[in-house]
Ligand binder design. Sequence first.
Ligand code: NIG
Ligand code: FE
Length: 414
Amino acid sequence: MSEGQQAAAARSTLALTGAAEVLRPPADGLPYLRHDRAHELRLDPTPIAVHGDRIADFAADDGAAMRIDATGCAVLPGLVDCHTHLPFAGWRAEEYELKVTGVPYEEIARRGGGIAASARAFAQASDGEVLAQARALAAEMMACGTTGFEAKTGYGLSPEAEARAVKLGRELGADRVTGLFAHAVPEGYDADGWMNAVDALAAACDVDALDIYVESVAFANEHLERLGAIAAREGVPLRAHVEQFNANRSVPVALAAGARSVDHLACLHPDDVEPLAAAECAAVLLPGAELMSAERTPPARALADAGAICALATDCNPGTSPIVSLPLIVGLAVRRYGWTAREALLACTLNAAWVLGLSEELGSLEVGKRADLVVLDSPVAHVPYRFGRNPVCLVMRAGEVTWVRSDAAWRVTA
Ligand code: NIG
Ligand code: FE
């Protein structure tokens, strides 16, 4: 290292001290932690030293250039939102009123609402307008502790517009961009015909994973199987929205196709719990969508007890889950699933990072990982308990303090 580089490294050292609870994995280097081991997560007090953009040590660093006084706080790894539908254009609040007054989601979709309505809004918005909305949402997510997130396409509904969504997801700076090219069947196509377009998009676009919505109003298990073959050809993970409103027995199909994750699972068949729990495939649960769309509740307690790799996410989208806050999702999961706070936090940290193929870099506090951390103004147990309140008072991403609540500014000294 040159003298200049040494000086720069010294300037970028940071010491966090005083935290009463620091959430850490039971061992270093775990790609994920199955949920029957969630109780092994540690919550001990420890100082944290950061050098540049990396976690350097769990020890005091008296010479650090910047200090964070975390007295009375809990510290988590930066939260990872492994299932969002950013970027999208506008909202669909009017549909929410229809939904709560009894009109089913599938009926709203058949009337031209739903995904097709968001596709029209996406087509009408300029790139700048779409990005401005998505960046504002990403900033809200950051203030709730999210330091890593996935973006999906899916509101394009034409080959050109889906390719545009990939480009905007990249410009947004999402940690992963998933091609949800098979989200709804566009006008002028049948499902088989659109899958040919999906095949071509998968070959042409730079995406980190492929995804599909299997549902009565969208695609069927045979299309999931076909997307599995496309994903294998492209060398990217397969993900799938399955069992959200109806039981289609899509999970065995997804497992046979080697899916990285199956998402939603509100209508998961009891016979599919054990095979899913035994597989190296995450169960991504989306309790925000379950609440907002009056879905059933997945067998989340059974999945955790059986040792599934469970993850939680916001599913942030204008239709079924206009939610950005992972602390809120943790609160829902604890109450609705009968999960502990540790189980819920594991699901939106290490396991969520694994879903995105990023758990070597994100998802847990370990020496050498990206210095993404979240300081809470209260104990971990308060995250689900003080439901709906945002306990996040400071966020660091890649060694940079990216958000500080005004009443916590005193904690940072340089
Ligand atoms: O994950 N279920 C399919 N896709 C979204 C909803 C999309 C929409 O309604 O805009 C979801 O819930
Ligand atoms: Fe979704």
